[in-house]
Each structure stands twice: as C-alpha cells, then as structure tokens.
Design a protein around this ligand. Sequence first.
Ligand code: GLA
Length: 326
Amino acid sequence: MRRRFRAPGRVNLIGDHTDYVGGLVLPIAVDLGVEVEVEPAERIALSSEGATVEVAADGAGEVDGWGRYPAAVAAELAALGRRPVGMDGEVTSDLPAGAGLGSSAALEVAVAVALCALADFALGPLELASACRRAEHRAVGVPCGVLDQAASLLGRAGAALLLDCTTLEYRYVPLPSELAVVVVDSGERALAETGYAERQQELAAGMPSRVRHVETENRRVRDAVAALERGDTTKLGDIFRESHESLGEDYEVSTPELDRLVDRAYAAGAVAARMTGGGFGGSIVVLAARNDAAPLAQELGGRIVRASDGAREITPRRTDSRPGRA
Ligand code: GLA
C-alpha cells in the first residue's frame, strides 16, 4: 500500500540570520508544501514531473539536481541507525521553489518522515530537523541553520513557533485572529549560497555591523512576541521595519526589489512588513488586518498563507467497508 507524507514550507515572521549563531527565530509553517507518496522498496526511487532519481536505501549513489536532497537525507538517517528500507514513488509540491519559503527543507523533511515511517524508525522532531539540516549541508553545501527544517516539523495551525536555536527549546505564540499573513515573492532568484556563507564568515570574524544585526534581531524577536501577545500592531509595525532595515543596512542581504516591496506594503496599509528568510531575493512577509489582506495581496501580487501544522503522514485511513466481504 502506498503511504502519503506532507511537509510544509515556512515563512519566518522575524529572526533572520540568527539561527546559525544560536539565536531566536519565529517562523510559521504554511499551507503550501511538498508531498511524497511511496511504497516500501529495496532502493529509493522517486519521480517528480517525469524525472526519476534513484539511490541505495542508505543514500549511497551518484545523483544531481533535486535528487541530492533525498540522497543526503537517507545518508544522514543511515548514520543515525535507520534500517536501509527503500521507497518507490512520487514527489509533488505546491510550494514554489526558490521563493525563499523553505522548499528544500520541505523536501528534506517530507522524505525524512517517509523514510522513518517505512523503517519504523522514531526520532524526535528536533533530532529529525537537525538531521535534515545536516542533509542540506551535505547535499548542496549551504551552511544553513535549523530554522526551515524545525518550522516544517514543528509548525502549528494558528500559531508561530518561537525557537531558541542554542537550547532548541521552543514554545508556540498564537497569532491574533485579526491578523493575516501575506507573502510576496520578489521573483529574484539570486544565487544566495555564496553570499549566505560569506555573511557567516564575516560574522564569525566579528565584523561589527554583522554582530549588531544579530544582537538587535534577537531583541526584536522577543519584542515581537510580546507585541503579538499584547495585540500591539503599531509596535509590530515598528519592529518589522527595524528588522528589515537591519537586514539591509547592517547585514546587507536585502535587495532594492525587496526594499521596494516592503515600502509598497506599508503604503498599502500593512500592519508590518519585512524581507524574510536568507535574502538576496526571495519573499517579503506582511502582516495585515484580516479585512485588508485580500486587496493588499492582490495589489502586491502576493498570497495569503495560513499558519499550519507541521509534517505528518496524510495517508487516507482505510474505511470500514471492505469490498468483497459480507
Ligand atoms: C535560510 C536558511 C535558514 C536561515 C535563514 C535566514 O532560509 O536556510 O537556516 O539562516 O536563511 O534567517
């Protein structure tokens, strides 16, 4: 029998370029994601839009393109002791790739939950997130933090995830029901890999503006949580604006297009807006009053997303009616 697993993408509300130095992040999982529908097999063979990748059940083998992600996940899980059970099936996605919504993490997590389920291999969500983070490094060499993978695994409907990337302690922060989240894709697909690693090296070398961004961003995550809990939308607007400026001026990961979109969002009546994720392109995140969200999304060419539950099996349960039996 084929089983289906789904892992969502994420939008980080605030706390960017903090995860890989043990800072605070506040993402939501979104109602867009990656699905794998598979049955157990000897090897791993996955197809997506007609292209099939195949590796051994422990990830060994030569792959390129998107196949590097499932191969790397299988290798990381094998290193943790997963039995080499393979799987055969399809990967589908309604999460745009390259929009900065965590599509590679969603793929990693969907594959990981499927591989664990088929081998009856149980790992806690944060162990699994860390394995997927290592898989990202292994697959494409991007030294990312755990933000995207943790959000995809731990997301919760109606809430943001406040995660401390040092202790991996987390709690949920309910989103005020009068606010909607809108994401707007800048359409820019800058090659973030080089700039991303470079920023980390500059931070590690103690470059003052980089350090200042991280310190002030961690403070802004705490302040944003307090403002969300008080329902203080004016304060949220200020905090998001400061975060965007800090990412642009101190961390230098924004782009003129992201800046323009953020300005347009505020001009169109957004409560709060900032670039989100790694930058160098990708998307902005906007908080808007529920009634303003649809016109605002339309004006900016964005879409409303909902805070959603994390990765899980979605195989339909068998019904009780068993054909052929009286
Ligand atoms: C990318 C990385 C994350 C995080 C963000 C910036 O999305 O994958 O780990 O570092 O950039 O916050």
